[in-house]
Design a protein around this ligand. Sequence first.
Ligand SMILES: NC(=O)c1ccc[n+]([C@@H]2O[C@H](COP(=O)([O-])OP(=O)(O)OC[C@H]3O[C@@H](n4cnc5c(N)ncnc54)[C@H](OP(=O)(O)O)[C@@H]3O)[C@@H](O)[C@H]2O)c1
Length: 334
Amino acid sequence: MQAIYLVKNGTPKVAFEFRDIQMTEPKDDEVGVIVEASGINFADVVARMGNYQDCPPLPTIIGYEAVGRVEKVGKNVTTLKKGDRVLAFTRFGGYSQYVTQQESAVAKISETMDVGKALALATQYSTAFYACSVATNVLPHETVLIHAAAGGVGTALIQLCKLKHAKIYGTAGSESKLEYLRKQGVDFPINYTKEDFSEVIKEPIDVAFDSLGAANFRKSYKLLNRGGRLVGYGAAAMTDATNIFTKAKMGAQFGIYHPAQFIMESRAMIGVNMLRIADYKPDTLKYCMESVITLLDEGKIDPHVGNMYAAKDIYQAHEDMEKRKTMGKIGITW
Ligand SMILES: NC(=O)c1ccc[n+]([C@@H]2O[C@H](COP(=O)([O-])OP(=O)(O)OC[C@H]3O[C@@H](n4cnc5c(N)ncnc54)[C@H](OP(=O)(O)O)[C@@H]3O)[C@@H](O)[C@H]2O)c1
């Protein structure tokens, strides 16, 4: 059995190393899963570059999700048994042929569920579900703005907000991604390399979902309606900062806010970090995972799988993610 270790920060070729691993015993509240495929998320790219503060010390195994079959069961586990096909939210450790994880972060999936679509549900759809149904509860008459909408979480937000009958503005960085957004049903796709979304959008936004940060965050806040909510769940733009000065400059571009202004304007800013939800509110994570699994089983959502790479092509997968070439979910199969 093997796992892909992050051994150094840098390009994919220098960063990753395949190493042999042993199948360890799960703790009492955990299961051990033999993995069929592992998901890749943008946060993995940030971790590889050495800019992700939650990343454990190197060498380590990164990766937020895995699909596989339960092999070992801890003595306090009640809802899963050996042989179950499952989706695990792994909180690092996902790039491996064997993972152990708490029962609360592992959900059963059907034998027929496509493996790539299943991977999309753990981090990306669960984050999107938490953002639009738990943290903000988007209403049918509301207008939403989704940044990096062609990505994994972006696609999930589009599909979940469409289910809620919201009007959708979505931004992306190329014409092919705009075409993808149209096909996904975005009402107003905006290419943010050509147009400034804050000038193009002429109406107040009820809920904005921002994964880019810096000036993008401040501009999104300015567009908010009274009663509006801004969800910040990432800072992809910060990966463009090459030194401490550009980092500080981009940090300042988020803007400065006083709580009194939120009350006076009846506007809200909400931070989302699913690792913290998994750590401190495991039942909420489980609720999000099971909700999106049910939505897929019922045919109400349809995750787009951009590409599934062979595990040996992890280098290419990371390069494509970093160079913004991917749309929807990507992963590796073992
Ligand atoms: N807080 C949480 O719990 C949580 C959970 C999951 C994901 N996230 C965050 O959500 C975002 C989306 O994650 P994902 O895994 O679904 O990735 P993704 O959206 O599939 O890929 C990232 C996309 O971000 C856009 N982007 C903007 N600036 C970029 C830059 N400087 N470098 C690279 N890409 C840039 C690119 O789209 P364009 O070409 O359209 O610009 C790129 O395709 C990430 O910021 C991630 O960290 C947060």
